[in-house]
Ligand binder design. Structure first.
Ligand code: NDP
Length: 329
């Protein structure tokens, strides 16, 4: 049983302290597949965990990282063999059990997806939970009838991870994407990802003054929640759908039932964590098909394990752009 490097979170006096340490494989959680991790990534939830917020982790010392991709080293499952390349997102790995901010991880085989053809472990982590969630949102909007040409599709929190991948995928599929951002410096970047127009997030952030506003959006991917989501609901076109993905701007939702009753608006909940396996596999296949890799590269930076404590603070303040891949080696 060999040692490997991990970013270990320790708790003292109610505060979480991250340290790069050598850990022995015997400390890994139970599971039938051991993976040599190549890359992990930074998501909003990782920011919470790195800062000891949200009561997501109950037991320390802890290794965070809600996503990882790498190569199977050992497997007691007939579904995986040493050498297979795999990706893990969600299932509360990195929260209730050790996750991907380490050179090794061990999980149940039922949690892993084989990397679809052509996708590298680095690109899989450039996508990560954020990009996977964006794809689930697009798939749900399509199931509710959204087609290219139907009208403008709004993406909020567009300069973030979920928003960046949603923008790039929707644009590739032929939708007219309007990206909402609070950062003026991100306008060119968002146009580069395929946005046709940009709106300032302040326009959506004020609480709605009436139950219905002018119809504007054929569909929406919302990473922000709060008053932004309440406002979007009042502006949806007849039978339009909003995929609610996130709460970067707030968890509350003060709205009326009027958009649902008079316009047949759909509010679609998106959960990536416990998403069933067939839909996971479909989403990864769709990402390979519908996410242009040059645009994914344009939204991705790479950082080492030791950069995570600082990055964890920045993502919570909405200061990171697109996606951050973590090179654990
Ligand atoms: P990021 O931090 O990368 O992106 C969030 C973006 O939201 C920011 O870049 C910023 O965009 C905008 N934003 C930040 N703070 C505020 C604010 N106070 N008011 C309005 N907008 C704000 O995070 P992710 O993309 O990784 O995650 C986005 C959200 O989705 C999070 O709430 C996360 O928890 C959730 N999520 C949910 C999942 C699920 O399964 N449902 C899975 C993954 C994420 P800009 O600068 O462009 O305005």
């Amino acid at each position: 049983m060999s040692d490997f490097t991990a970013l270990v979170l320790h708790e003292a006096d109610g505060k979480v302290e991250p340290r790069i340490e050598q850990v022995n494989e015997t400390a890994l959680p139970p599971g039938d597949v051991t993976v040599a991790v190549e890359y992990s990534t930074l998501n909003y939830k990782d920011g919470l965990i790195l800062n000891g917020l949200g009561r997501l982790v109950r037991k320390y010392p802890h290794v965070g990282g809600i996503d990882f991709a790498g190569t199977v080293e050992r497997s007691d499952s007939p579904d995986f063999r040493p050498g297979d390349t795999v990706v893990l997102t969600g299932w509360r790995v990195g929260e209730v059990q050790w996750g991907g901010f380490a050179q090794k991880a061990r999980v149940k085989a039922s949690m892993l997806v084989k990397l679809p053809g052509g996708l590298t472990s680095k690109h899989a982590m450039a996508i990560g939970t954020a990009g996977f969630t964006a794809m689930l949102a697009v798939m749900q909007l399509e199931r509710r009838g959204l087609t290219p040409g139907a009208g403008e599709v709004l993406v909020t929190g567009a300069a973030g991870g979920v928003g960046g991948v949603a923008t790039a995928v929707l644009a590739r599929l032929g939708h007219t994407v309007v990206a909402s951002t609070g950062r003026a410096a991100m306008h060119d970047y968002l146009r580069g990802l395929g946005a046709s127009a940009i709106i300032d997030r302040a326009e959506l952030a004020k609480a709605p003054q009436r139950p219905l506003d002018s119809e504007r959006w054929a569909g929406a991917v919302d990473a922000v929640g709060g008053t932004t989501l309440a406002t979007i609901l009042t502006q949806m076109a007849y039978r339009g759908s909003v995929a609610a993905c996130g709460l970067a701007g707030g968890a509350e939702l003060a709205t009326t039932v009027v958009p649902f009753l008079l316009r047949g608006v759909n509010l679609l909940g998106i959960d990536s964590v416990m998403c069933p396996m067939p839909e996971r596999q479909e989403a990864w296949q769709r990402l390979v098909r519908d996410l242009p890799m040059d645009r994914l590269d344009a939204m991705t930076e790479t950082a080492p394990l030791r950069a995570l404590p600082e990055l964890g603070g920045r993502i919570l303040k909405g200061e990171t752009r697109g996606r951050v891949v973590i090179d654990v080696n």
